[in-house]
Design a protein around this ligand. Structure first.
Ligand SMILES: Cc1cc2nc3c(=O)[nH]c(=O)nc-3n(C[C@H](O)[C@H](O)[C@H](O)COP(=O)(O)OP(=O)(O)OC[C@H]3O[C@@H](n4cnc5c(N)ncnc54)[C@H](O)[C@@H]3O)c2cc1C
Length: 497
């Protein structure tokens, strides 16, 4: 045990949650070492440069920039000095099989003004929906986002009784919440797809997640000039500015137990490192299985924290432009309910998936050679299954995706591909050690977990904490980062021993 100061923390993994915890602790004088198995800081924020094209491998949308500002402010820095943000318009362009296009803007008025098929009634509906979405965010903000409460019981205690949770609309589904406010079928399908930010189904996720529409409309949807990977570089610089000892290509193989505490870690090279506190950005289930050696029987207590969906991630460099695309596009399934059912219930590769397509050249010409586009194409698909999908099944899905995109306006797509790369859930699992290749941590499902992810504090070791997509508030980039800041605050608030 370290008796002098400063206190020592080991952080396992340099994803958003790990960086948040490491920076917040270091800013308060802790001596922090980060062990990251890969060769870069940022975790799923990753980059592929191939044949003159630059592909952001992971996230493409930054929301809640205030969380990043808060991170840098804790270190006495300004986020704006590290990255330049741009806000693409529309936020999303949504294509439907019947030829309808819905352009989603931050406000109802702009959305309707830029969308042929919508009229005054839809504008009123959307305004009512956004007010409902704001009320959900306002209800959750003080407890879930600011204090980082971890369970429905903590929320009940904080808000003063079960009745006070009515404002969270917890027992309805997202889809039901949308349907209560909006009549237009395609507009409803677009609003249901805010569930993409947590990799879940709009028919299973609790309606409280309709707050995601307010998050995007009020705090904006952002692109980092030069590519999202610039954010990873900024985070790496911040850790260096704070004196954090970041060891890349160092995989943690075991957490070392001693007297009911975690005494430190053993790396894959056999070296041992001690700490007062250990923070794991490795997800909760893989960390308990691989680093703590828990049996499948012991792991059953995490059963309700099922992994969120994964994705078939296609990166295409094409030698032409598709000017009708916006920066962020969705090509909707002809039957979105069936799409969700395939991915989340039947656990099958969807026949007709809803596809997210990013065309960053709309905002940033540096991402592809002149006259070309780099396209990131992402249908959500089930996490790694037993038995796994075969290479042929993944390939057949890729062909269905390309067929659909060609049918819905990307003429001659196949013949214009000059470079490509494809990732399947097994690649994501291997690269980041995420639970079964999930890309957004834990699924939000009102029957399984009411939308709560795993708690940040270990249920067995007083000095072990978890951060990132598998714990609250988890999910996407800002919430993973927030989990790291919240864990650091709780670590520092505990009486020292
Ligand atoms: C294709 C894709 C698209 C996405 N799109 C968006 C988007 O547009 N917007 C958004 O907000 N989010 C998006 N996300 C989700 C977002 O990337 C994640 O929610 C977020 O980055 C997760 O952060 P995290 O803290 O959980 O860490 P992770 O990114 O999961 O990083 C964990 C790190 O820990 C390391 N690690 C694990 N085990 C060990 C070990 N034993 N030893 C050492 N190191 C270890 C891993 O190598 C990794 O670097 C997307 C994700 C993917 C994959």
């Amino acid at each position: 045990m370290n008796t002098g100061s400063p206190k020592r923390a080991i952080v396992i993994g340099a994803g958003l949650g790990g960086v948040g915890a490491a920076a917040a602790l270091a800013a308060k004088g802790w001596q922090v070492t980060v062990f990251e198995k890969n060769a870069h800081v940022g975790g799923k924020l990753n980059l592929l440069q191939q044949d003159g094209f630059s592909f952001d491998l992971g996230p493409s949308i930054l929301t809640m920039p205030q969380v990043f500002e808060q991170l840098f402010a804790r270190a006495g820095k300004r986020f704006a000095d590290y990255v330049e943000l741009q806000s693409p318009r529309p936020h999303w362009r949504n294509f439907f099989e019947d030829g309808t296009v819905v352009n989603l803007y931050p406000s109802a008025a702009e959305t309707v003004a830029h969308t042929e098929c919508l009229g005054p009634q839809d504008e009123r509906d959307l305004e009512r929906f956004l007010a409902y979405s704001r009320s959900l965010y306002t209800a959750c903000e003080p407890s879930y986002f600011t204090l980082g409460l971890d369970s429905v019981w903590e929320m009940v205690r904080h808000h003063g009784g079960i009745a006070s949770l009515r404002s969270f609309d917890l027992m309805a589904s997202m889809d039901t919440g949308v349907g209560r406010h909006v009549r237009h079928r395609h507009l409803r399908e677009v609003l249901d797809f805010f569930v993409k930010y947590v990799g879940s189904s709009a028919f299973d996720a609790p309606a409280v997640l309709n707050l995601l529409a307010h998050v995007q409309s009020a705090f904006g949807l952002w692109y980092v000039k030069g590519g999202l990977y610039r954010l990873a570089l900024a985070l790496s610089q911040l850790l260096s500015d704070l004196g954090v000892d970041v060891r890349l290509e160092c995989e943690v193989a075991e957490m070392l137990r001693q007297d009911g505490r975690i005494a430190g870690v053993r790396l894959a090279d056999g070296s041992r490192h001690e700490a007062d506190v250990v923070v794991s950005n490795m997800e909760v289930v893989p960390a308990h299985r691989r680093l703590l050696g828990e049996s499948e029987r012991e792991l059953r207590r995490f059963r309700r924290f099922e992994p969120a969906c994964s994705g078939l991630v296609l990166h295409l460099g094409v030698d032409r432009e598709y000017p009708h695309l916006a920066h962020h596009n969705f090509f909707f399934s002809g039957n979105p309910r069936e799409h969700f059912r395939s991915v989340f219930h039947k656990k099958q590769l969807p026949e007709d998936p809803t596809i997210y397509l990013v065309a960053p050249v709309r905002s940033d010409a540096t991402q592809a050679p002149p006259g070309c586009e780099n396209l990131k194409i992402l249908p959500h698909i089930p996490h790694v299954q037993d038995p796994p999908f075969s290479a042929e099944q993944y390939h057949a899905l890729k062909e269905r995706v390309l067929d659909k995109l060609e049918r819905m306006g990307l003429e001659g797509l196949r013949q214009h591909i000059v470079t490509e790369q494809m990732w399947v859930p097994e690649d994501i699992e291997r690269l980041y050690h995420s639970n079964r290749g999930a890309i957004y941590g834990v699924v939000a499902d009102r029957w399984k977990n009411l939308g709560f992810k795993a708690p940040k504090h270990s249920d067995r070791f007083e000095n072990l904490w978890f951060v990132g997509g598998s714990v609250n508030p988890g999910g996407g980039m800002p919430t993973s980062l927030l989990s790291g800041l919240q864990a650091a605050d709780r670590i520092m608030a505990r009486p020292s021993d």
